[in-house]
Design a protein around this ligand. Structure first.
Ligand SMILES: *Cc1c(COP(=O)(O)O)cnc(C)c1O
Length: 354
């Protein structure tokens, strides 16, 4: 027997990191992950399946997802050299951290999406948290000062932000872009639900990048498709660390087909926005404090203990997210579902917090 020990050999700097294991609750109404409550429309699935026959699964996928990038060029209005496709925006976050942040610091504007921290650590970068202010706006002065004094490589700004559901003003973003030398990453995973895109600033600021996802508005969470919009020089650098065949043939095909059927998605997105207003009204009538939202989820503060509301909802088969933390004390996040799911949630909420 040798003396092999996986835990001794593993990286020291990751020793206290817990593996990210998403909760699985079979049979639950899942309003916890901000997924699109509707599966792909039948005609889009048929369309994808029809096209499958002209694709080879024995060959490696197109490493640069050229057809998808072409479709994204017409969707976004950016030329193809500004676009890079990824295996979910998660992969893009990791690739950005690996390319630019290893050995340096990363600023995270908490509370926000947990993957900025996870992927920064995995890439060997040190996450530094600069909390949002009480109205959930970004603490621009603190960011500027910190960036000037340290080896900061990336600032992650989620807009609209998960879980606070608000967006950054363009003037605020420009104040940051004008005064820092690092990369500023704006995560627009929820942009189709009503936020104002910041992508117009990309042409003015070479240190800015935007990441987007097919997981929320386009309902492709199961196929893992995201993309990066950035200055071509930034993209060239990221391509040095990107897995060559990161996006599989099927997902490339499905994402292209989704973009060919945009009008169907416009209807789905309008439906989700209408359901959001429906939920907001019901919740306000229950005297629950709800925060404004330009996303497909709602941040709210029950008048009793959030952890208790969360577990009572679970007993009624409803899974939402407890996002309580210092800036969002005693707060819960619920994703907008179908009308039936939303009604089931409201009914259980009346019992748990009414
Ligand atoms: C859900 C979400 C994503 C999506 O990640 P994918 O890897 O594309 O599924 C990205 N950013 C934020 C802030 C999210 O909430």
């Amino acid at each position: 027997m040798n003396n092999f020990s996986a835990s001794k050999l593993a990286r020291d700097d990751l020793k206290d990191m817990e593996p990210y294991v998403p909760q699985q609750y079979p049979g639950m109404i899942r309003l916890d992950a901000n997924e699109n409550p509707y599966d792909l429309p039948r005609e889009v699935k048929d369309d994808i399946n029809e096209k499958l026959y002209s694709h080879y699964f024995n060959r490696y996928p197109d490493p640069l997802a050229n057809n998808l990038v072409k479709a994204l060029a017409s969707y976004t209005g950016f030329s193809e050299d500004y676009i890079l496709a990824g295996n979910g925006s998660d992969e893009i976050i990791l690739d950005l951290a690996l390319t630019f942040a290893a050995g340096g610091k990363v600023i995270i504007t908490s509370p926000t999406f947990s993957m900025y921290e996870v992927h920064s650590r995995v890439a060997g970068a040190e996450p530094v948290f600069i909390p949002r202010k009480s109205c959930f706006s970004i603490d621009i002065e603190k960011i500027k000062n910190y960036e000037q004094d340290t080896d900061t490589r990336i600032i992650f700004i989620c807009s609209p932000n998960n879980p606070t559901a608000n967006e950054i003003k363009h003037e605020e973003l420009e104040q940051i872009l004008n005064s820092v030398n690092c990369l500023v990453v704006v995560d627009e995973a929820y942009i189709e639900f009503g936020g104002k895109t910041t992508a117009v600033l990309l042409r003015k600021y070479p240190n800015m990048v935007v990441i987007r996802s097919f997981s929320k508005s386009f309902g492709l969470a199961g196929l893992r498709v995201g993309y990066l919009l950035a200055n071509p020089e930034v993209i060239r650098q990221v391509c040095r660390v990107k897995q060559p065949f990161n996006l599989n043939t099927y997902s490339q095909l499905a994402a292209v087909t989704v973009l060919e059927n945009l009008s169907l998605y416009q209807d789905i997105i309008e439906n989700i926005k209408a359901e959001r207003e429906y939920l907001l009204n019901k919740m306000k009538n229950l005297n629950i404090k709800v925060y404004p939202t330009v996303t497909n989820f709602i941040l709210f503060e029950p008048s009793c203990d959030a952890a208790k509301v969360h577990s009572e909802l679970l007993e009624h088969n409803i899974l939402i997210r407890n996002v309580s933390s210092p800036v969002v004390e005693n707060c819960l996040r619920v994703s907008v579902g179908t009308r039936d799911e939303n009604n089931a949630f409201i009914k259980a909420l009346v019992k748990a917090a009414g």
